[in-house]
Ligand binder design. Structure first.
Ligand SMILES: N=C(N)NCCCC(=O)O
Ligand SMILES: [Zn+2]
Ligand SMILES: [Zn+2]
Length: 317
């Protein structure tokens, strides 16, 4: 493929950032470029939730909040939109009345989008969508290391007897052999569980846990060191449930839990992962109906920007 100068975002010094279509960070659409290195894609789906619905409106809210993002990331020293072609791939339309069908469709759409080496930052949608995204990633890279930021374990077995929900994606992913069991971490978990067994079963799947309290006690640097040791050079998938943040930092979500991380801590941990072999990522569970002043949408858009920047630094190597 010939080297092409990436098409960047709309210039905010010429067209005010509050005018025009809300693609992610005002980037071009996927049909406007020949090849995309990184694509941000929306999955407006929330048929898998156990409590408050509304994450189907997450992608639109995140795009609106992303209008203010700028092209240079000083902490990572990267201009992701200049160094790689980043695009907005629009939304993947899923059947809201049939979870099984929705999962199959998302897997095949993700496989199609990544067939030529494009790497995805997927914006949900509820956490159910991580399963088909992990299927697509594992098909390409083999079992992947997983870094899972969330208030919740999401390794429960079933809800109302149903296997595909937003509380169960990582149990299914583990059963399907999509995960490298040597390198699985939850970060930011907290709050009440159904019983001690939840933790025992989670441990049996191979997960290590850095709770929200652990992050506070150990600090960001020690947390990053431990995570990087566990991940090594393995292909890494990062799944960020925005409810990993304290409700003060992310009120706009469906299953909020008190005592969470700050957005500063989350972003700092992500920035510590610059040398990791990131192959894909998602940001899920943004439910704008419960948001205030775009607090959650802004946090989620910055998380997506950091994930895009990490992928851009990796350049697909
Ligand atoms: N993935 C998220 N956000 N939540 C899972 C909560 C499952 C439950 O209701 O116990
Ligand atoms: Zn959660
Ligand atoms: Zn979750």
């Amino acid at each position: 493929m010939p080297e092409q100068t990436p098409i960047g975002p709309v210039d905010s010094s010429r067209v005010p950032r509050f005018a025009g279509f809300a693609t992610f960070a005002r980037l071009p659409r996927i049909d406007q470029v020949e090849h995309a290195d990184v694509a941000v894609v929306g999955v407006p789906f929330d048929a898998g939730v156990s409590y408050r619905p509304g994450a189907r409106f997450g992608p639109a809210a995140l795009r609106e909040a992303s209008r203010l993002l700028r092209p240079y990331h000083p902490e990572l020293d990267v201009s992701p939109f200049a160094e790689t072609q980043v695009v907005d791939a629009g939304d993947i339309a899923l059947n809201p009345f049939n979870i099984g069908e929705a999962i199959e469709t998302l897997q095949s759409e993700a496989e199609a989008l990544t067939a030529n080496g494009t790497r995805l930052v997927t914006v949900g949608g509820d956490h159910t969508i991580a399963l088909p995204l992990l299927r697509a990633a594992a098909k390409k890279h083999g079992p992947v290391a997983l870094l899972h930021f969330d208030a919740h374990l999401d390794t429960w077995d079933t809800y109302f007897g149903e296997p595909y929900t937003h509380g169960t994606p990582f149990r299914r992913a583990s059963e399907e052999g999509l995960l490298d069991t040597e390198a699985l971490s939850h970060v930011g978990t907290r709050g009440p569980l159904y019983g001690k067994r939840d933790l025992e079963e989670d441990r049996r799947l191979g997960f290590g846990i850095v709770t929200s309290g652990d992050v506070m006690r150990r600090g960001v640097a020690e947390t990053v060191d431990a995570l990087r040791q566990r991940i090594g050079g393995r292909p890494l998938y990062i799944s960020v449930d925005i409810d990993v943040l304290d409700p003060a930092h992310a009120p706009g979500t469906g299953t909020p839990e008190a005592g969470g991380m700050t957005s500063r801590e989350l972003l700092e941990i992500l920035r510590g992962l610059r040398d990791c072999n990131l192959v894909g990522a998602d940001v899920v569970e943004l439910a704008p109906a419960y948001d205030h002043a775009e607090i959650t949408a802004i946090a989620a858009s910055h998380v997506a920007y950091d994930l895009v920047s990490l992928l851009s630094l990796g350049k697909g190597a």
